[in-house]
Design a protein around this ligand. Structure first.
Ligand SMILES: *Cc1c(COP(=O)(O)O)cnc(C)c1O
Length: 454
């Protein structure tokens, strides 16, 4: 509360030129962060929680420097957003220039070319060589909402199927699509109607079910409980994010897609978390050889500026009448030029290759450790989207308490690491693709020390 007594935060310029090191100069949190947290509690709604107890002052490459001068290893990227690194120089330059030209006109009043160029770029980059269209929005959830609107408009049907463990956002429709009650839905109903849930392929907990078998299980349930003639769309994360970085068994996604195609059901891939080189390919759909009808992108798209998109088959995307899609800020010019700069970085710097190098590092390290520590139940993911599921070795049951202790100890030792999973027993790694590999190694050391001590 006593903001006036807080020392001013040291002025730290972010970007990749920040020293790439873990450096603790105070306890975590330090005194300035503690004062700010007290102000946060007094001023910010409690429903807006924070993972880390420290306030940011600068970030870039693979580190985040807090207001007390601690330099933390960033294994979270602000939830898979800063794939190109914080304050990426290309993004900074493009946004700075745009700031001086104009900041907003509203694309649906007086359009500007950067929006069109983002659309052209996404049409080129996303899987499939069919004719495509793109519409831009602000957040992942807003894009999900619009993808469902578009699918309903095209099919003239209403029902939507989402999957177990799914996460699609926190707005009313996307809460309905999201699986997990706490913390995302509990107390916030009633939820949107005509949303149904189907079983996923979850190899670690599926008892040997193959991908095609898991798809058939879902399809049978959909046919019996909803009926294809009522179903507008199925929406799925090709690799689940918040639900636990679950990679479906081979053959699951193609079988679902084939069924959707045969039944006039729009197949929507939610690549909000998996998109833009994160998984070692530009889009995770490529790992499974699927070409979704619609693909939703956000998080990694614009180097940290808020932007999201729905991209897909022209005949589906063009179904809604003019004026049916849009919004005041969707495709804001600052976000559009940031996206063009970020995408240039993903492509020209081959950040997908960086993601694959990070994958190898994490798999090798945890696989070696798993031999002597059976609490490491599963190691999974692709690229720089990797996770470890912790279990009680005696029962195979999820161990959320251990997971929370490991994450907390890592935070205290200067590593930003996130947890996820329906059972809260998954530690996930989402470093910026620009992180030096030595920092990945050091971050993993810290997490493994935390595991050994807990
Ligand atoms: C984060 C996320 C969303 C929601 O995006 P917001 O920008 O937070 O609204 C939707 N789907 C997936 C897969 C996500 O990871």
């Amino acid at each position: 509360m006593t903001s006036s007594t807080a020392a001013p935060a040291p002025s730290i310029l972010g970007g990749p030129s920040l020293p790439q090191e873990r450096r603790l100069v105070t306890a975590i949190p330090g005194p300035i962060s503690e004062e700010l947290m007290a102000r946060k509690h007094a001023a910010v709604a409690s429903g807006v929680g924070t993972t880390m107890p420290v306030f940011a002052a600068g970030a870039g490459g693979g580190v985040l420097v807090d207001v007390d001068g601690n330099s933390l290893i960033d294994l979270g990227s602000g939830i898979a957003v800063t794939g190109v690194g914080n304050s990426n120089p290309r993004v900074v330059e493009a946004v700075t220039r745009q700031l001086q030209e104009f900041t907003h006109t509203c694309f649906t009043i007086t359009p500007y070319d950067s929006y069109v160029e983002v659309a052209e770029t996404l049409n080129r980059l996303t899987p499939g060589d069919h004719t495509k269209r793109t519409a831009l929005f602000n957040s992942g959830a807003e894009a999900v909402e619009n993808a469902v609107k578009i699918a309903r408009s095209h099919t003239k049907k209403q029902a939507v199927v989402a999957f177990d463990h799914a996460y699609h956002g926190r707005t009313n429709l996307t809460m309905a699509l999201t699986a997990k009650s706490m913390p995302y839905k509990s107390g916030f109903g009633p939820f949107a109607s005509e949303v149904y849930r189907a079983p996923l392929s979850y190899p670690f907990r599926d008892g040997g079910l193959t991908g095609p078998e898991a798809a058939q299980r879902a399809i049978t349930q959909i046919e019996k409980q909803i009926g294809a003639d009522n179903l507008a769309a199925i929406i799925i994360e090709p690799i689940q994010g918040e639900g636990g970085f679950i990679v479906p068994a081979d053959g699951f996604l193609p079988a679902l897609l084939d069924w959707a195609r045969a039944n006039d059901v729009v197949f929507i891939a939610d690549e909000v978390q998996t998109g833009f080189a994160r998984t070692g390919a530009m889009f995770a759909s490529e790992h499974f050889d699927i070409v979704p009808d619609l693909i939703i992108t956000a998080k990694g798209i614009a180097g940290g500026l808020p932007l999201s998109a729905v991209t897909g088959r022209a005949e589906i995307m063009d179904a809604p009448h003019a004026g049916g899609l849009g919004g005041t800020y969707g495709g804001n010019p600052l976000a559009c030029v940031a996206a063009l700069a970020a995408i240039e970085a993903y492509e020209e710097e081959d950040l997908a290759a960086s993601a694959r190098a990070i994958e190898t590092r994490i798999i090798d390290r945890f696989t070696a450790e798993q031999a002597s520590d059976p609490r490491i139940g599963d190691i999974r993911g692709r690229g720089a989207m990797m996770a470890v599921e912790f279990v009680d070795p005696a029962t195979g049951e999820p161990d959320a308490a251990l997971t929370a202790r490991v994450a907390k100890a890592a935070h205290q030792a200067g590593v930003i690491v996130l947890t996820c999973g329906t059972y809260g027993n998954v530690v996930r790694f989402l470093p910026p693709l620009t992180i030096p590999l030595e920092l990945v190694d050091e971050g993993l050391d810290v997490v493994l020390e935390a595991l050994a001590a807990n």
